[in-house]
Design a protein around this ligand. Structure first.
Ligand SMILES: [Zn+2]
Length: 423
């Protein structure tokens, strides 16, 4: 038998969490979320930027041919997993909202703060004033921190510009981050994130701008892969959200929705109607909504950081969704208002505590299922031969330690596209 040539081997891992399933395609739903396909004393071989083989160390070493410049990493006693995928973030903005954090502690609600001119609008004012270069530098610092926590791919949204030029500015920054940073960034257009001050009480008119000018300009410039909309009471109605999604779909964009976060608005049903790639938040999803998401193949993305930081009583019914067979994904929802959390492992801890997900489910939700939530499930998210070599080596013996050591960074080494990333 011909030996497989390799340029990098990570061997002797105490647990090699592969999430690989022979013949398994698609995200892992329901009980399959608990099956991490762990190889004890495992090894993974890489050639260039791709994974070429996985297996037990002894047998893998026999089947792999070392190239002249091969690098061998001994991961004895350690946990090795796929790179984490943060599939819902707002990483580009100026300023911060630490004062609102305190206002909420003192009893003001998220929507009350928004109506008083704070919230997303406060970040919009700061982001509009900031130069493209400042926004890039801010975004780079955010991504540096995410990488240190084991994240190798993110989805990043615009939505703090809310004018044609400022939205294009944000999307250019996201695209530049994708080109220049080690982390891959999937850009999402979120022009319908909030109604800007100059369109106060003229939401329909603003939706007209989003559909009539922004979506055509964004797609013409090729700056975004997804279109998203914040469907929520006091923000965009179901009818307005439908208009945005219809337009984006007609322009060939893939779809996401901020759905059923603070009130039950029928967002999940809308996501199913459009066969969106994901429906996000879902803290107030209906039983019918859960059924329709499953039927339409929409990935539910749950965001425990915003549940925790907003102190929301109503939380996404993760157990019900998993029982229904849905492939739940989780993300940080990193943003300066409701979830200033860079660390996906912290969001995994919160998913365990807030949503009663197991450590295995949380890891599946932050890797393979998260990859499917951004249409990259066939390229990343598991240690499968043929996939991109995005790998994390952890200072841990067991995958359960990732959510357990709350707030402690256990990442020892990150391999991105087959190369060690400087942390
Ligand atoms: Zn969000």
């Amino acid at each position: 038998m011909d030996k497989i040539p390799a340029t990098l081997i990570i061997k002797n891992a105490r647990q090699l969490v592969t999430l690989h399933g022979p013949g398994h395609i698609g995200p892992r739903g329901g009980a399959a979320m608990s099956d991490l396909a762990i190889i004890q004393n495992g090894a993974v071989a890489v050639r260039g930027s791709r994974i070429v083989a996985i297996g037990q160390t002894a047998s893998l070493m026999r089947t792999v041919k070392a190239s002249r410049h091969i690098r061998i990493i001994d991961a004895s006693g350690l946990l090795v997993s796929p790179g984490l995928v943060d599939c819902h973030t707002h990483p580009v903005f100026a300023g911060n909202r630490a004062t609102e954090f305190e206002m909420r502690i003192m009893g003001k609600t998220y929507l009350e703060i928004a109506h008083a001119g704070g919230g997303i609008k406060a970040t919009v004012r700061a982001t509009r004033r900031a130069s493209e270069n400042t926004l890039f530098q801010n975004g780079r610092q955010v991504l540096d921190e995410m990488l240190r926590w084991g994240v190798t791919t993110i989805e990043g949204k615009s939505g703090y510009g809310l004018s044609l030029n400022d939205e294009l500015k944000m999307l250019r920054v996201l695209n530049r981050l994708n080109r220049e940073h080690r982390i891959d960034v999937v850009p999402t257009f979120l022009g319908a994130h909030e109604i800007p001050d100059e369109y106060k009480n003229k939401a329909d008119k603003y939706v007209g701008l989003v559909c009539g000018e922004m979506i055509p300009a964004v797609t013409k410039a090729g700056l975004a892969e997804f279109c998203d909309v914040f469907c929520e009471q006091g923000v965009f109605s179901l009818k307005q959200a439908r208009l945005v999604l219809q337009t984006a779909q007609a322009f060939g964009m893939k779809l996401k929705i901020h759905a059923d976060q603070i009130h039950p608005t029928g967002g999940a049903e809308l996501a199913a109607e459009f066969r969106a790639v994901s429906a996000d938040h879902l803290d107030n999803v209906s039983n019918e909504g859960i059924k329709l998401l499953k039927k339409a193949g929409v990935v539910p993305v749950l965001l425990p950081g915003s549940v925790y930081l907003l102190g929301l009583k109503k939380k996404a019914p993760a157990r019900k969704m998993i029982r229904a067979g849905l492939p739940v994904a989780i993300a940080t929802d990193f943003n300066p208002g409701s979830s200033p959390i860079h660390a996906l492992p912290v969001a995994m801890s919160l998913a365990c505590v807030e949503f009663k997900m197991t450590a295995a489910e949380a890891l599946c939700a932050a890797t393979l299922n998260a990859a499917y939530a951004i249409s990259l499930g066939t390229r990343i998210g598991s240690l499968s031969p043929g996939k991109i070599a995005d790998i994390v080596i952890w200072n841990a013996e067991d995958y359960r330690e990732i959510p357990y050591w709350f707030g402690k960074n256990l990442v020892r080494q990150v391999i991105k596209n087959g190369r060690t990333a400087r942390l």
